[in-house]
Design a protein around this ligand. Structure first.
Ligand code: ASP
Length: 342
């Protein structure tokens, strides 16, 4: 008989496990027992399930690179014991965490599925039960001995998305996440249908290693009509700032104002890195398509193509934390490391 799957659930916090605080009525995260009591179905899985609970459990607005290191270490420590990992996480910063983990876990050959809920698991209409149950099923899915989705993913409201392609787009609907530039890796209806052509399978086998060094000297500069020089100047002069994610218009366009380019050029000359992503919900930067983006290219701005802002920020923090040479950072920014860009 085939060995039953074993799944490690890493509970970090988030709405899925929250209850109303008795005095103030605000939602606060509580322990995993509360979740498992609400989902007796977990016992009906024929899987071996274990849980690691963060101490303290947090609202994901409090996530920082230290949280990502904690998640990565929890996976690394028990990597050989389990077939897959489910990370319960608040939805607010889930796309950042899933992106970060995808860059941190090199040589990953097992599923790491992030999920959570828009309504607490104790609420009758919760979306948390389905999200949790199907995430476990996906984390356990195998073809023979090969895990079916050996990637860091987000599972939410019937869709499995590549983690570093997701963004939270709804604060209201159960369908809270979108992957604007890559179709779902799987869709759950009566059956779970996997899009095998899109799932990344390791081509070389190597042991899992984790990167834990981040440099948080990264800023996001979102363009808007009326953006003034003094704001740009003071942002780019921030001590310790090493890189900017420039959220530009459309296919990567920016105003043609002379001062704007002077500021960007001066930052780049001082050793700063500028990565151009679009502030549109979907699509890609194509520098040089319009005159308004050609200037960015000649100033030394790098195209982030169809990276989400979440993937751009976390990839930048990791590359700055690990790589010394500007040339190497620049070259790694222009190509996909783990499926984050087309
Ligand atoms: N504020 C919550 C969090 O991100 C929202 C959620 O879980 O949906 O932790």
């Amino acid at each position: 008989m085939e060995k039953s799957s074993s799944i490690l659930i890493i509970y970090t916090g988030g709405t899925i496990g929250m209850v109303n605080e008795p005095v103030t009525g605000t939602l606060v995260p509580i322990d995993f027992r509360h979740i498992s009591d609400q989902v007796p179905e977990l016992r009906r899985f024929g899987f071996h399930l274990e849980t690691v609970t963060f101490d303290p459990v947090i609202d994901s607005s409090d996530v920082s690179p230290d949280t990502w290191v904690k998640i990565a270490l929890a996976i690394e420590e028990r990597y050989d014991e389990f077939d897959g990992f489910v990370v319960l996480h608040g939805t607010d910063t889930m796309a950042y965490s899933a992106s970060a983990l995808s860059f941190m876990l090199t040589g990953l050959e097992k599923p790491v599925i992030f999920t959570g809920a828009q309504l607490p698991i104790g609420v009758l209409r919760t979306d948390g039960k389905e999200n949790l149950i199907t995430s476990i099923e996906i984390a356990a899915a195998r073809d023979g001995n090969t895990p079916r989705v050996p990637e860091v993913c987000v599972y939410f409201e019937n869709r499995l998305l590549r983690g570093n392609r997701t963004t939270k787009f709804s604060a209201e609907h159960f369908n809270a996440f979108t992957s604007p530039n890559l179709p779902p890796l799987a869709e759950a209806g009566l059956q779970i249908k996997y899009n095998r052509n899109l799932i990344r399978y390791p081509t070389v086998r190597r042991p899992l290693t984790i990167s834990t060094k981040f440099d948080t000297g990264v800023g996001i500069l979102k363009l808007f009509p009326g953006l003034g020089r003094s704001l740009v100047q003071s942002m780019l002069a921030t001590e310790g700032l090493r890189a900017i994610i420039l959220e530009s218009y459309g296919t990567g366009n920016a105003p043609t104002l002379g001062w704007f380019y002077d500021e960007l050029r001066s930052f780049i000359t001082r050793g700063g890195v500028i990565l151009n992503v679009t502030q549109c919900q979907a699509g890609s930067v194509e520098m040089g398509l319009y005159e308004t983006s050609e200037g960015l290219r000649s100033a030394g701005v790098i195209s982030g193509k169809d990276l989400t802002t979440e993937a751009a920020v976390t990839k930048m923090m990791i590359l700055l934390g690990q790589e010394q040479s500007y040339e190497r950072i620049k070259s790694l920014l222009t190509k996909p490391i783990c499926g984050e860009m087309s």
